[in-house]
Design a protein around this ligand. Structure first.
Ligand SMILES: CC(C)(COP(=O)(O)OP(=O)(O)OC[C@H]1O[C@@H](n2cnc3c(N)ncnc32)[C@H](O)[C@@H]1OP(=O)(O)O)[C@@H](O)C(=O)NCCC(=O)NCCS
Length: 187
């Protein structure tokens, strides 16, 4: 079985190439730039802005590759996409991993999001995680289609949970069982 944390050069649908690899603290300047570009769009993710690169460094240093991971897609030195997963920290939710993903404008709709999601799910399976979960704004059709195409199903809706430019938007909770047989009934 291939190592899900391998560094790999991948050609996207439009012919451009990226390297996908796990992040390290040294990537902070670049991930900081990337998240702030996407945050500034306001409509896709909870974060609007990270104020300083030290905060980003602290976040990057929290990933251990065992219970949590951050994968980057790099074009040269620039981070153009990332996906992270955090395994649950309580005994009751250790089987679940929460996913976040961002692809920078200009790099969307050429297969990078799918690639990062598939690699994160590969890592989750390798770590023995049984269920993936995520939250997506109801207005984010592109992301919802991607998740549905990977087998995620809607598990709940938090009504008006986010306010985007003054409008109340639902947040949709989605889940994907990675190990169907692991699911047993309510005790
Ligand atoms: C959502 C996001 C991760 C998708 O990644 P992407 O690289 O743009 O998408 P991909 O090219 O890999 O396409 C994956 C799937 O998304 C769906 N999709 C892509 N473009 C779409 C569009 N214009 N409309 C509807 N669905 C679309 C399709 O199901 C597509 O699968 P296919 O190409 O096999 O048909 C990316 O656009 C992104 O990061 N957007 C901004 C931040 C964000 O929304 N993050 C997620 C927060 S929950």
């Amino acid at each position: 079985m291939a190592d899900p944390l391998r560094a790999e050069r991948v050609t996207l649908r439009d012919g451009r190439a990226v390297v996908v690899r796990p992040a390290s603290v040294d990537d902070a300047e670049e991930t900081f730039k990337n998240i702030n570009l996407i945050g500034a769009e306001q409509v896709y993710i909870m974060i609007d802005r990270i104020d300083n690169v030290d905060e980003e460094r602290r976040w990057l240093s929290s990933f251990d590759g065992i219970r949590s991971v951050l994968l980057l897609a790099l074009a040269g030195r620039e981070v153009v996409g990332s996906a992270d997963c955090h395994g649950g920290t309580y005994p009751k939710d250790r089987h679940v991993g929460g996913i976040g993903i961002v692809v920078r404008d200009g790099w969307r709709e050429v297969g990078l999001g799918r690639l990062l999601m598939e690699r994160i799910l590969e890592w989750m399976r390798a770590q023995g995680l049984e269920k993936a979960e995520l939250a997506v704004f109801a207005t984010n059709d592109r992301a919802r289609r991607l998740y549905e195409s990977l087998g995620f199903v809607e598990e709940g809706v938090r009504r008006g949970h986010v306010r985007i430019r003054g409008a109340y938007v639902d947040e949709v909770l989605m889940g994907l069982w990675l190990k169907r047989s692991a699911r047993s009934g309510v005790p």
